[in-house]
Design a protein around this ligand. Sequence first.
Ligand SMILES: Nc1ncnc2c1ncn2[C@@H]1O[C@H](COP(=O)(O)OP(=O)(O)OP(=O)(O)O)[C@@H](O)[C@H]1O
Ligand SMILES: [Mg+2]
Length: 256
Amino acid sequence: MSFIEARHLVKTYGVGEQLVHALNDVTLEIQRGEFVAIVGASGSGKSTFMNMIGCLDQPTTGSCLIAGEDIATLDSNALANLRNRRIGFVFQQFNLLARTSALENVALPLLYAREGDLGGLTKQDRLEHAKKRLEQVGLGERLSNTPAQLSGGQQQRVAIARALVNDPDLILADEPTGALDSKTSAEVMDLLTYLNEQGITVVVVTHEQDVAAYANRTITFKDGRVLADQKNAPRNLESTKSLDKLPKTLQGDNSL
Ligand SMILES: Nc1ncnc2c1ncn2[C@@H]1O[C@H](COP(=O)(O)OP(=O)(O)OP(=O)(O)O)[C@@H](O)[C@H]1O
Ligand SMILES: [Mg+2]
């Protein structure tokens, strides 16, 4: 069984008299542990597809299975539950709470965690768990900084720590480097590469070729359809693999 299975996925929006086919018969599978880039022109359906596999939205027709569960058949409670248990989101604009410390930003999703070992933690345990995740993204020294007191790259790392706090199987990142310069983008992509190497499935939407090159596979959307689906060439270790640039706490920590 594939981790993600989209079958004849269609998402249609009605705008006035017009129908927009945001997704128009998309069939594809993503296996556990893959690192996938989604590319394509503006309006080609990339975010719509991400919202679908992120259980934020449901198809008009067709099916989308996440770990065997068809999201088209789930009610909003069950969708939220699937999302909270399995999926971490990273956005272009970080979406951190402005007047809130890095630590509390990362701990926040644990308030909404349901059954299982991460539901019902005490505040102290939630903060402890969040601290561990911030250490893992190299921000152990910045726990009490608010977003305004952090660089763009550091803010995105806080957002990645927040995405990790529920121990997800899947990270969905829609333009995670869209607001960052190229050096900071590389740091963020190195971090996502590292997390993928720890076994987390990663799907990234990007407009940038350099960013897509971090993935093992590139899926190109056009007009709501899959135009191409290709394996990427292995990356040049010398120039692109910079785990040694990541904080030491990331290396050799297998607790993810
Ligand atoms: N809520 C909505 N209502 C109406 N139309 C929508 C809605 N969401 C998306 N669309 C339309 O669906 C199509 C696909 O949009 P989508 O956001 O998936 O594109 P995208 O590939 O992510 O583009 P971008 O690169 O600009 O982010 C577009 O034509 C868009 O206008
Ligand atoms: Mg988009």
